[in-house]
Ligand binder design. Structure first.
Ligand code: SF4
Length: 400
């Protein structure tokens, strides 16, 4: 895993960018370099440099474009696809009574890796098969965007900015290597701490760095630019459970005048919460478990049939991705990230949100790219598989 992390680093990205710039200068065919930004590391960098989300995005776009990145995209678009598919998967399962247990969210690779190694038979059949936002973004870039721009996918170098190192392992899974196209969906993953190092190495003064905007090459019309990232309603810890609940209510009870507000009740600690809603004969039971201690306790309880849930959102990091292992901690905070996470949560709460189904581009892409909702193409491109890895089989653990 350490070899992989050194391959998938800001150093590797800089090497590819330098070589590409040399090819550009000598008129040779070069790669299209695409960087996709996730919200959490952008907020982390903004917190570090006392910049708002919009200012930080502007500075990052200016800096990376100056280095030689061709397009800078927002992972928020892919987040909308992940949420919409997860909602459909849950509603279908709940309506048809297929529950062999709760549906577990699958967007955290730390959790997936643990489930595959430790509880395969018990958990894997119940984990949502929907790809994480990072991997949906990878598929979007290497299929739809490469095709639209008439570039072979293997000539697109796709980098993502993510909150943790587990995302590097996720990008390297054999499931996300496209044999036909001979390339990965995501070629390199960098993190907030790596960008901080890069800014120092490149002697960047963010106050004088020119700003630029995100690219938006998705619409049928001419490409446009956008200044703000898409912030999905409920996009921090608990966001998946929150959104799945709202959408399930709309589907199961279309005549309800108001959807009840979702208030998760903390159980033994703030990283373990539940929410139950009953209407007529229907009861929906949702749970959020963050951090490995809570996850282990929850699984033991589920195995002993001591608790019953319909949907469980699981994140390996306490407080979720804002607290990812590669986010920047406040100076002097050491490993105590609580204060930093509270600051990031405050910033996130102040951002304007949207619900995934409100995004017009997502609707257009379902039609243009996937041929609609629930098509074979949508299933093939937006879903993935998991593998039961025997505990003592280290070789099978690493699939790249
Ligand atoms: Fe990564 Fe932590 Fe988020 Fe999981 S919860 S995806 S390990 S940052």
């Amino acid at each position: 895993e350490s070899v992989l992390i050194s391959q998938q680093s800001h150093e590797e990205m800089m090497r590819v960018i330098r070589e590409n710039n040399e090819r550009k200068a000598s008129g040779e065919t070069c790669k299209l370099i695409v960087l996709s930004l996730a919200l959490q590391p952008v907020l982390s960098l903004g917190n570090k440099f006392a910049l708002s989300q919009r200012e930080m995005v502007g500075k990052l776009c200016g800096f990376f474009k100056r280095l030689g990145v061709d397009l800078i995209l927002d992972v928020g678009l892919a987040h909308c696809f992940t949420l919409l598919e997860l909602e459909s998967e849950f509603i279908e399962r709940f309506r048809t009574g297929q529950q062999g247990g709760p549906l577990f969210s699958s967007e955290c690779p730390g959790w997936i890796c643990y489930a595959e190694k430790s509880h395969g038979d018990f958990i894997l059949p119940n984990i949502s098969r929907v790809k994480s936002p990072q991997q949906v973004m990878g598929t979007l870039v290497k299929t739809y965007l490469a095709d639209k721009l008439s570039v072979h996918p293997s000539n697109v170098y796709h980098v993502t900015l993510m909150p943790c190192y587990d995302k590097k392992l996720e990008a390297s899974r054999g499931d996300f290597y496209n044999e036909q196209l001979a390339c990965r969906d995501v070629d390199c993953v960098i993190t907030a701490v790596e960008v901080e190092v890069l800014l120092v190495n490149e002697n960047v003064n963010l106050h004088t760095e020119r700003e630029d905007t995100l690219d938006w090459p998705w619409d049928a019309q001419e490409s446009r630019k956008q200044e703000d990232m898409i912030v999905v309603e409920g996009g921090s810890s608990g966001g998946y459970a929150h959104q799945v609940f709202l959408q399930t209510m709309r589907h199961l009870f279309p005549h309800l005048e108001t959807i009840p507000s979702v208030e998760f009740k903390p159980l033994r600690n703030p990283d373990m919460k539940e929410f139950t809603f009953t209407h007529g004969d229907t009861t929906l039971r949702f749970c959020i478990a963050n951090g490995f201690r809570n996850i282990q306790n929850l699984i033991q309880k589920l195995k002993r049939k001591k608790c019953l849930y319909d949907f469980i959102e699981i994140m390996a990091c306490p407080a979720g991705c804002l607290n990812g292992g590669a986010q920047i901690r406040n100076e002097g905070a050491g490993t105590n990230s609580r204060e930093t996470v509270l600051e990031l949560e405050t910033t996130l709460n102040g951002l304007k949100k949207q619900e995934p189904f409100q995004n017009e581009t997502v609707h257009q892409l379902y039609t243009k790219w996937l041929g609609g909702r629930d098509t074979d193409k949508a299933k093939a491109l937006l879903y993935t598989n998991y593998h039961n890895i025997p505990k003592n089989n280290i070789a099978l653990n690493v699939k790249w």
